[in-house]
Design a protein around this ligand. Structure first.
Ligand code: FMN
Length: 213
């Protein structure tokens, strides 16, 4: 099928200002729970999200990351602080997260300020990961140019170095927490008259408005 003729009609549901929770985090948990409950193939990762960052001068980049929790109203993910996204966030600590759950014809967008998680929290999460992932985080200088042979050699070297020992969490590896200033819930509707409910933070409260589709 040609790309220009690809289209779907969205008929799975609606979203009204009257039905949403007054707290967008509760609303997010509700939708996340529904996305999770759906009968999905094993390979679907509903916690996968597109994360966009930008340099101070406005060069934007996006990539998929995994949401690893929501704590105190903040969305958590883990990565290499020296990666391209880490450099962006050091320079310009804001990010946009975008979840797409096609099986429910839903999208959620989150925008907010980004801070690093505590060292303890990063280490705790690091040590909860499979050993191979812990080694991988030590091997990879994420976002730098490398050859496959260099990666293999470094992996073998570190497997030997840490044999029978705990794999350390690198100083440059850890979590980020996104404190939302805006969260938008989008539900696909027929005739492209989609429902868009936007929460905006306003001095400790959340204002709720509907946006035109
Ligand atoms: C499904 C999926 C999940 C991913 N999860 C993560 C993650 O949680 N942390 C991470 O650093 N990279 C993750 N990646 C890799 C990133 O998309 C990206 O390649 C990497 O973080 C380097 O990005 P950067 O060069 O923009 O910093 C994931 C990729 C995919 C496709």
């Amino acid at each position: 099928m040609s790309i220009h003729s690809m289209r779907k009609t969205y008929t799975m549901g609606g979203l009204s200002e009257k039905d949403v929770d007054s707290d967008p985090l509760v609303q997010f948990q509700r939708w996340f729970g529904e996305a999770e409950l759906a009968d999905l193939p094993d390979w679907v990762e509903i916690n996968a999200m597109t994360v966009s960052t930008s340099t101070r001068s406005g060069a934007v980049s996006s990539r998929i990351l995994l949401l690893k929790g929501i704590e105190n109203g903040r969305f958590l993910f883990y990565t290499n602080y020296l990666s391209a996204k880490g450099e962006d966030l050091a320079d310009n600590p804001v990010a946009s997260l975008c979840f797409y759950w096609p099986h429910l014809q839903r999208q959620v967008r989150v925008e907010g300020k980004v801070t690093k998680t505590s060292r303890q929290q990063s280490e705790d999460y690091f040590h909860s990961r499979p050993r191979e992932s812990q080694l991988g985080a030590n091997v990879s200088e994420q976002s730098t140019v490398v050859t496959a042979d260099q990666l293999d050699a470094r992996m073998k070297e570190l497997q030997q170095t840490f044999e029978g020992k705990e794999v350390p969490c690198p100083e440059h590896w850890g979590g980020y927490a996104v404190e939302p200033m805006k969260i938008e819930f989008w539900q696909g509707r027929p005739s492209r008259l989609h429902d868009r409910i936007l929460y905006q933070r306003d001095v400790g409260n959340w204002n709720i408005v509907r946006l035109a589709p």
